[in-house]
Design a protein around this ligand. Structure first.
Ligand SMILES: NC(=O)c1ccc[n+]([C@@H]2O[C@H](COP(=O)([O-])OP(=O)(O)OC[C@H]3O[C@@H](n4cnc5c(N)ncnc54)[C@H](OP(=O)(O)O)[C@@H]3O)[C@@H](O)[C@H]2O)c1
Length: 249
């Protein structure tokens, strides 16, 4: 029997990278999985590549009123929700001079405000053994070039794992953060091959384990947090980051 047998799980940003690999692991462990993304084409492609009970839903994590629509769609489809993984993110990195108020608001809407209102909208659907997983980043803990706004929003999101656990524990809802370090995904593809290779070289030097993590390693950690195996784990942050968030290199 799978570790998530009979569970209903939502993963925001499930068309690629960590979200996609987590969908694959959740399905293999017996869950039904809804994935979201901003493009119908990418959602359909992801659903085709996944094996099992997949529900692709077009939804922009930065559209705050749209979070209620996502919750309503899940209520139509499923009797309850057991796992929520807030994974979609705006990863814009810029020097302070280049930030506009609009770009700042969009990042905060996607990475902090949207996830908060998604959880609020999902409350009536959450089961009494529900697990909420908030995907943060090592940038919440250490400074990085051009990552001030991204890091601040991720720190806010991870902080919700404590505050919301406190509020929701008596409903049986656990909330935890999952904090990736540098992980091989498409997230840096927009840099182009040369800058991406240089960044990976730099990261291999600075990550204490001297390698970049894989999306599968994050997905396996997500399975643990989603499953009842982690029933005594609440309000904490699981760092899967090769040590970069804690250790000097
Ligand atoms: N990779 C890393 O090194 C790293 C490090 C630290 C933290 N993280 C965090 O890990 C999470 C996953 O990152 P990843 O590396 O797997 O990224 P990725 O491969 O670029 O995947 C991002 C996913 O999120 C979706 N997405 C992006 N913006 C969205 C929005 N506004 N609404 C709905 N879906 C949206 C994308 O789908 P569409 O494009 O189809 O909409 C895609 O499915 C993020 O929270 C990121 O901050 C990653």
């Amino acid at each position: 029997m799978g570790r998530l047998e009979g569970k209903y799980a939502l993963i925001t940003g499930g068309t690629s990278g960590i979200g996609f690999e987590t969908a694959r692991e959740f399905l293999a462990e017996g869950a039904a999985v809804a994935i979201t993304g901003r493009s119908r084409e990418r959602l359909e492609e992801a659903a085709r590549r996944l094996d099992g009970r997949v529900l692709p839903v077009l939804s922009d994590a930065g559209d705050v009123p749209g979070q209620a629509a996502l919750a309503a769609r899940l209520r139509q489809e499923w009797p309850r929700l057991d796992v929520v993984m807030s994974n979609a993110a705006d990863v814009t990195h810029l020097p302070i001079e280049q930030w506009t108020e609009e770009a700042f608001d969009r990042l905060v809407a996607t990475n902090l405000k949207g996830p908060f209102f998604l959880i609020k909208a999902l409350l009536p659907l959450l089961s009494r053994q529900a697990s909420v997983i908030l995907v943060g980043s090592v940038s919440a803990f250490i400074g990085h070039e051009n990552a001030a706004v991204y890091g601040a929003a991720k720190a806010g999101l991870l902080s919700l794992s404590r505050g919301l656990t406190y509020e929701l524990k008596d409903r049986g809802v656990r909330v935890n953060g999952l904090s990736p370090g540098p992980t091989l995904t498409d997230t840096f593809a927009s840099l182009g091959p040369e800058r991406q290779a240089a960044l990976y070289d730099e990261l291999r030097r600075t990550v204490p384990l001297h390698r970049i993590g894989t999306a599968t390693e994050l997905a396996k950690a997500a399975v643990y947090l989603a499953s009842d195996e982690s029933a005594y784990t609440v309000g904490t942050i699981l760092r899967v980051d090769g040590g970069i968030g804690e250790l000097a290199y």
